[in-house]
Design a protein around this ligand. Structure first.
Ligand SMILES: [Fe+2]
Length: 348
C-alpha cells in the first residue's frame, strides 16, 4: 500500500509533492527548523511543541456573550507569538514579510454548533494577496468534536489533470479570468452578490509557487465572456467543485501544544462542530506573509498587519476588505452608455 502511494506521488517543480485525488495525512515534527521545508513540499505539517510547553494549561473563559469568548494562558500565547520567526526567520529578514497578531478562533455558541466548511482564509479581506501561510495552535482541546478538516487543492487540481477527459479543466482553471462576487456589507449594499474582483482560480506567484486561489463558490464568468466561454466556465466550475468534493478530507484533532501549519495557497481547511464542556476548545491563529507569496496586501505594512488582526481581548477579527475597487468590464460599457454602474462604492 505504502509503495502504491509512493508511485502515485508527483513531484511538481522538482520539490512539491502531490498525490492526485488524495489528501495524505500531515507530516509531524517536533523541530520548528523542519517546518519550512515540510510545508513547501507537502503544503502543511503539524509542529508538536508539547515537549516545550509540558505542564502548561490554558485558561479559557467560557461565559456566554463574551466577544470571542476567552483568553489562553500567556505561555501558549507567547509561544504562538514567536512561531513565525522560528519557522521563517525574522520579519523583514528575507523570507517572512509580515505576520498578523495572534487571535483566538471563535468558540461562541454559533461557532460551536456550526460546521465550518472547507475554505481558504482571508479571501474577502485581502484577495489574492491574502496570507500565504497560517497556523492554528491548540491551547485546549474539546472533548467532543472540534477537529480540523483539511483538503489538498493541488491534489484536486492534479486529479483533473491526470485524467485525459478533464485535463482541459485543469488548464482552463489556470487561464480563465472570472469575477468573484461577495455579499460582504462593505461591498454589497443590499446583501445580494456584488462584483468584487477579477481573478483566476489557479495562479503562480512571482517566484513561481503554485496558488490554488479559490473553491468554485462565488465565481462567475465575466459579463464580457461569449456564450460559448460562459458555457465552458460553467462546466469548468462544476468539474472543479466535483473534484474538490471527491477529495476525502483528512481530519486532525490537535492536542494542546500542537500547531497545524497550513499553506493557505494550497490547502482548504474547515472545522467540525464541538462543545465547550467539559473541556473548552481554544486555538490561537496567526497569518503569515512570505517572500514566495503575492506580497503584502494593498498599502499595508508589517506593523499595520500585526495590529489589524488583533482585537481587544485577542478575539478573532476579520479585517475589512482591502482589495482595490473593481469595476466589471460589462459595467464600464453600461456606464458608458449612460446607465448607472451596478457596483456600490466600497467603504474601505
Ligand atoms: Fe479559516
Amino acid at each position: 500500500m505504502a509503495q502504491q502511494q509512493q508511485e502515485q506521488t508527483l513531484l511538481l517543480d522538482g520539490q512539491v509533492a502531490v498525490e492526485p485525488r488524495v489528501t495524505p495525512p500531515p507530516p509531524v515534527t517536533t523541530d520548528p527548523a523542519q517546518v519550512k521545508a515540510l510545508v513547501e513540499r507537502h503544503g502543511l505539517c503539524i509542529l508538536d511543541l508539547a515537549w516545550e510547553l509540558g505542564g502548561e494549561r490554558a485558561t479559557v473563559l467560557t461565559s456566554a456573550g463574551e466577544a470571542g469568548a476567552g483568553d489562553g494562558t500567556d505561555a501558549f500565547k507567547e509561544a504562538a507569538e514567536t512561531i513565525p520567526e522560528r519557522i521563517f526567520g525574522e520579519v523583514g529578514g528575507g523570507c517572512l514579510l509580515a505576520k498578523s497578531g495572534s487571535v483566538l478562533v471563535p468558540h461562541d455558541e454559533v461557532a460551536q454548533n456550526r460546521t465550518s466548511t472547507l475554505h481558504c482564509d482571508a479571501i474577502v479581506s485581502y484577495g489574492e494577496q491574502r496570507p500565504d501561510y497560517l497556523f492554528l495552535m491548540c491551547a485546549s482541546a474539546s472533548d467532543h468534536g472540534g477537529a480540523n478538516t483539511l483538503s489538498d487543492g493541488l491534489g484536486a487540481l492534479e486529479g483533473l489533470r491526470s485524467d485525459p477527459s478533464t485535463r482541459w479543466v485543469a488548464e482552463r482553471l489556470e487561464s480563465t479570468t472570472l469575477e468573484l462576487t461577495t455579499t460582504h456589507p462593505a461591498i454589497s449594499a443590499d446583501g445580494s452578490p456584488a462584483a468584487y474582483t477579477a481573478t483566476r482560480i489557479i495562479r503562480r506567484t512571482p517566484s513561481g509557487r503554485r496558488q490554488v486561489l479559490h473553491a468554485a463558490d462565488n465565481l462567475k464568468s465575466l459579463d464580457t465572456a461569449s456564450e460559448e466561454e460562459q458555457a465552458l466556465d460553467a462546466e469548468m466550475l462544476a468539474k472543479w467543485s466535483e473534484a474538490i468534493a471527491q477529495m476525502e478530507p483528512q481530519t486532525v484533532a490537535l492536542a494542546p501544544g500542537e500547531i497545524l501549519v497550513v499553506d493557505n495557497f494550497r490547502y482548504f481547511h474547515g472545522r467540525e462542530p464541538f462543545t465547550m464542556e467539559p473541556t473548552p476548545r481554544a486555538l490561537w491563529q496567526k497569518w503569515m506573509w512570505t517572500a514566495t507569496g503575492q506580497g503584502l496586501p494593498f498599502g499595508q505594512t508589517p506593523e499595520s498587519l500585526a495590529a489589524e488582526s488583533t482585537h481587544a481581548g485577542g478575539a478573532r477579527f476579520n479585517p475589512a476588505p482591502r482589495v482595490k475597487p473593481y469595476t466589471p468590464p460589462g459595467a464600464v460599457a453600461a456606464a458608458g452608455a449612460g446607465a448607472t454602474a451596478a457596483r456600490p462604492a466600497a467603504k474601505i
